[in-house]
Design a protein around this ligand. Structure first.
Ligand SMILES: Nc1ncnc2c1ncn2[C@@H]1O[C@H](COP(=O)(O)OP(=O)(O)OP(=O)(O)O)[C@@H](O)[C@H]1O
Ligand SMILES: [Mg+2]
Length: 464
């Protein structure tokens, strides 16, 4: 039976390198996630019938099981089924004794995954370390071959040290994974580096990851296929003339940037979004990076009542039916966790549209390169999944705004002008390959919008 990496994103990429007879080393600082990753490997492989033996020196069973439970793994259940066994080994000064003990345990059952947590603990009391290490290393190497399974050694890098001092185990092992974490703005970023993997082509080697309660470890690789394609390229239906005029033929999975002056921000384009949602019977996931949920709700309702002539009650009903609103403080999270949060939420809610509001805050929070790297990946992800991506942000700072614009298929800008003593919104839009458009929201346009929106509302409340 085949093995799994325990990470669905890795099975496609690296699954093939995960052959029977693999010696794998997972290296990292204290708290970097070594135990979590090893438990996940056991859990995922136990699920497909592989027996896992977990050898530890420091952690007792109770603690390990609790750790696993928090990650959503039920080790008790696997233990009952004979698919998981935890053994706490005493610390021994002689490698020979240790090998005897290990051999006895191994011969008592047929395990196909073995975890040693950790080799540091194991080597700690040993004299003549280099020589003994060689003996142990050969032993583990042999074991990985004889069990025709995966032997996983966890190795700790002491705090304050950066060098991985594994000796020659790096050379004999088939896979070396390094778990790193670094702090930006006081926030933890976790990175998994595949340092070595026999039998796999390594292009990207660093993967942001998160340890998620009840889920375990999730890695967030750059999206595949690496080629960018456009969802299924289906045009979205629209019912309002305004939508049709502002955005000619929006396709599923495209990116729209709604932008405005920082002094005159407008929620007006939300009307166009509701047109798409109702006309296509789709839902949207809305995340604001600047306002609370209530404030977002207020401004959406206000745009619907002010411009589209919707009653307060109907505006609330519309939001209720078509939007999930979330508000996130981006200063409270690392870029990798923001990125992973988006992806996890997309997977959970499976919306057809994803809407981000207040994206200008990213200009000062994250390093430009890092931000655009994550952004490009996210846009490819949504494109490839046919999720239409709508981004609201004030056009500031200019270079940041232009960069966002350059990554969008359609740019829609709302401005205000004064005409005959009245303030009138002007919508300007640009779509790749078409001429820019300007629409003035004068009385005539607004009246038409309101009467068309009535029809849209009926559709909204009669559809299921
Ligand atoms: N259920 C969970 N949900 C979220 N984060 C978790 C969860 N469990 C663990 N973590 C995070 O993962 C970190 C490290 O986990 P883990 O014990 O796997 O690391 P480790 O490398 O084995 O550490 P050590 O060197 O202490 O053995 C914890 O400090 C915690 O921040
Ligand atoms: Mg540990």
């Amino acid at each position: 039976m085949e093995f799994t990496t325990g990470l669905k994103e890795f099975d496609d990429r690296f699954g093939e390198a995960f052959q029977p007879g693999t010696l794998m080393v997972i290296v990292g600082h204290p708290g970097s996630g070594k135990t979590s990753l090893a438990l996940q490997l056991c859990n995922a492989n136990a699920k497909i019938g592989h027996k896992c033996l977990y050898l530890s020196f420091q952690e007792d069973k109770e603690k390990l099981y609790r750790h696993a439970r928090k990650l959503g793994f039920d080790l008790e259940e696997f233990e009952r089924k004979g698919l998981f066994k935890h053994v706490r080994l005493p610390i021994m000064a002689l490698v020979d004794d240790l090998i005897k003990e290990l051999s006895a345990i191994l011969s008592s059952d047929s395990y196909s995954i073995i975890v040693v947590d950790s080799i540091n603990a194991l080597l700690e009391p040993v004299k003549n370390r280099d020589e003994q290490r060689m003996i142990l290393q050969n032993y583990f190497y042999e074991v990985s071959r004889t069990i025709k399974g995966i032997m996983i050694l966890l190795a700790e890098i002491p705090l304050g040290e950066e060098r991985v001092n594994l000796g020659s185990i790096e050379f004999v092992s088939d896979a070396v994974i390094i778990l790193k974490h670094y702090v930006v703005r006081g926030l933890l970023n976790r990175i998994m580096e595949i340092r070595k993997l026999r039998g796999a082509s390594l292009k990207a080697v660093e993967y942001p990851f998160e340890i998620v309660e009840g889920v375990g470890i999730r890695v967030f690789p750059p999206p595949t296929p690496e080629r960018i394609f456009l969802g299924d390229g289906t045009p979205l239906k629209e019912s309002l003339s305004l939508t049709r005029e502002v955005i000619p033929r929006l396709l599923k999975g495209e990116v729209v940037f709604f932008t405005y002056d920082p002094f005159a921000r407008s929620a007006l384009p939300i009307i166009l979004i509701f047109d798409y949602l109702v006309s296509n019977e789709m839902t949207a996931y809305f995340t604001s990076y600047v306002y609370s949920k209530d404030e977002v709700l207020d401004s959406i309702v206000k745009a619907l009542t002010d411009y589209a002539g919707v009653s307060l009650e109907d505006a609330h009903k519309l939001v209720e039916k078509y939007l999930v609103i979330e508000s996130v403080n981006p200063a409270g999270e690392a870029l990798t966790s923001l990125y992973s949060r988006s992806i996890l939420e997309l997977e959970k809610f499976r919306p057809n549209f994803i809407i981000f509001h207040g994206i200008e805050v990213f200009s000062k929070l994250f390093d430009d390169k890092e931000y655009f790297n994550a952004l490009v990946n996210e846009l490819i992800w949504t494109r490839n999944h046919g999720v239409t991506n709508m981004r609201f942000g004030s056009c500031t700072p200019r270079d940041f705004c232009e960069m966002n614009a350059s990554l969008s298929d359609v740019i829609v800008q709302v401005r205000f002008i004064e005409k005959d003593g009245k303030i009138i919104p002007i919508i300007q839009s640009w779509r790749r390959g078409t001429e820019p458009r300007t629409i003035e929201l004068n009385e005539e346009v607004l009246n038409k919008l309101r009467s068309e929106f009535k029809v849209l509302l009926e559709k909204a409340f009669t559809s299921k």
